[in-house]
Design a protein around this ligand. Structure first.
Ligand code: MCA
Ligand code: AMP
Length: 505
């Protein structure tokens, strides 16, 4: 094939008058019309001088047009680099410089802020707003609606997704065509997607879940997407009767369960509910079953690996587990000290290998070597065990990570910022239970001798550097941080001490 990812996701729908996307105002776009728009975008990229392998940094609102940018990158052999719309200019600056992006496509409202960053990084700046309008789209209107697809092989890079690290420096995970395609195909098959499905899509599309799981599967199956800009409870309840499948993070499901309109009647016609990105509590799984009769299908993945495991579509979906390794994916539990494979039921680090596993971190060979073994196994940083029936259980994390509403937050990045604030000697950032987001961020500070740090001023200062979802919901001053005999901060003790902070809604 000329371009395996483009051909499988997009090219095969050429000229098809089937519905691809239905927006909340009920306007529909056919596969054919969508591909014409994507072709026009691919022409704009080429006219701007971009060449295959160039990075395209994109921070725009979720829209039909933003998916067309993804399709255009695939067709033109460019590397798609989507960025969370919540990121601050400071965060964007790092990604643009680090990736050496050739172009920054941003919302018109952020253009003024991002222009100096783009200039400094030697990138072109173009705009596209939530309605799909802007300097980029303007140029597209003049372009032909057909584009000669750039030849690519399955090992060529298709996307960079940045994921934070324990050192506080974000790493660009390099994903190949094969990574995305093999995973999309296996999920389409195992979850029995067909062209008659209708996918309710309320996830953001700058992460694996909303983009490579939800969107790619719908494209591979050729089914319709009910495309919502974000999770809005009223809209979801309104539109659910039109859907057959929904994908979400656990917060989606807890919010639905708390609404009296969410009943068995409303969900009876549904074929499948999928959850991932964060642990789905057993209690949520059981409550969902009690109210709707549906067993949520929980799966487990990572930016670096796409999806690794899934509960079965047919067979028992076991609460509190993430099911079995997907077809073609090998998973083992190993001793973190020796790397030796552990027997069933023993807890160790989860390692995975397969066509889903990324190529490495962009420009970070040492980091890549630390996490990706020479034999192809990737050390996920998650701790788990495999039970007697083969179900994988995630029991904890070997990495200092907080997951809030499905977003990953690495404490180190926040601690580095807190440590340099006036009057602060040191800090520890931990995740504590939160009824809506699962976990939320708090920052524990120790003052310099004799200093009285102004917590409000600190909050305001760090807000200019950190996306809102990473900012601590609370800053707490302690005399000292709990440490073990080796002097290491005992984060577990802090998590326990403050576990009730957000106990009730
Ligand atoms: C929004 N806020 C948050 C979060 N989202 N705070 C903490 N954690 C969050 N996740 C803050 C906003 O900054 C704002 O703060 C306030 O909450 C309300 O914002 P709003 O946008 O209205 O929030 P929301 O619409 O209620 O969003 C919550 C959400 C959303 C629906 C849970 O965060 C979401 O869609 N999460 C999904 C994330 C996801 O797709 N993750 C996959 C990545 P203030 O009011 O103070 O200004 S992980 C992945 O891809 C791996 C591979 C995998 O396995 O899937
Ligand atoms: P990310 O780095 O954003 O790709 O997030 C990946 C991390 O999310 C994994 O390493 C897990 O810690 C977590 N994760 C994803 N799915 C699940 C799940 N179903 N249960 C528990 N944790 C999950």
């Amino acid at each position: 094939m000329a371009n395996p990812l483009y051909d499988a996701l997009f090219g095969r729908h050429q000229g098809q008058m089937t519905t691809f996307i239905q927006l909340s105002d009920n306007t529909v776009t056919t596969h054919a019309a969508f591909l014409e728009l994507a072709a026009q975008y691919a022409h704009v990229f080429t006219k701007l001088g971009l060449e295959p392998g160039d990075r395209v940094a994109v921070q725009i609102e979720k829209s039909l047009q933003s998916i067309a940018v993804y399709a255009a990158c695939t067709q033109a052999g460019l590397i798609f680099l989507p960025l969370n719309t919540a990121y601050t200019a400071e965060e964007i600056s790092y990604f643009v410089h680090d990736s050496k992006a050739r172009i920054v496509l941003c919302d018109s409202k952020n253009a003024e802020l991002l222009e100096p960053i783009s200039i400094a990084a030697g990138a072109i700046l173009e705009t596209m707003d939530a309605a799909g309008q802007g300097s980029f789209s303007q140029q597209a209107t003049e372009m032909p609606t057909k584009f000669q697809t750039v030849v690519r092989s399955k090992d060529d890079l298709a996307a960079f997704l940045y994921t934070s690290g324990t050192t506080g420096r974000s790493k660009g995970a390099m994903l190949t065509q094969e990574n995305l395609l093999s995973n999309g195909q296996v999920l389409t098959t195992e979850w029995e997607f067909t062209a008659s499905d209708v996918l309710l899509h309320a996830l953001p599309i700058f992460h694996t879940h909303g983009l490579f799981v939800a969107t790619n599967i719908a494209l591979l199956a050729g089914c319709k997407i009910l495309f919502l800009p974000k999770f809005d409870l009223d809209v979801i309840i309104d539109i659910l009767p039109q859907a057959s499948v929904m994908m979400g993070v656990p917060t989606f499901y807890t919010r639905l369960l708390d609404d009296p309109r969410f009943t068995k009647g409303l969900t009876q016609h549904m074929r499948l509910f999928v959850s991932g990105s964060a642990p789905l509590l057993t209690e949520t799984h059981l409550r969902f079953e009690y109210i709707t009769g549906h067993h949520i299908l929980e799966r487990y993945g990572m930016t670096e690996t796409n999806m690794n495991t899934s509960n079965p579509y047919r067979g028992e979906r076991r609460a509190g587990t993430v099911g079995f390794p997907l077809s073609g994916v090998e998973l083992k539990i190993t001793d973190s000290a020796t790397g030796a494979t552990l027997p069933q039921n023993e807890v160790g680090q989860i390692e995975v290998r397969g066509p889903n596993v990324f190529k490495g971190y962009w420009n970070m060979p040492e980091k890549t070597a630390e996490e990706l073994r020479e034999d192809g196994f990737f050390i996920t940083g998650d701790l788990g065990q495999i039970d007697a029936d083969g179900y994988v259980h995630i029991v904890g994390r070997n990495k200092d990570l907080i997951i809030s509403g499905g977003y990953n937050i690495y404490p180190k990045e926040i601690e580095l910022l807190l440590d340099i604030q006036e009057g602060v000697l040191e800090s520890a950032v931990v995740g504590v239970p939160h009824p809506d987001f699962g976990e939320t961020v708090i920052g524990v500070l120790v003052a310099d001798t004799g200093a009285e740090p102004d917590l409000e001023a600190i909050k305001q200062t760090i807000a200019t550097s950190l996306a809102r979802f990473k900012q601590p919901q609370k800053l707490i001053l302690l005399q000292e941080l709990p440490r073990n005999t080796m002097g290491k901060v005992q984060k577990k003790a802090l998590r326990e001490q403050f576990s009730d902070l957000f106990a009730t809604k």
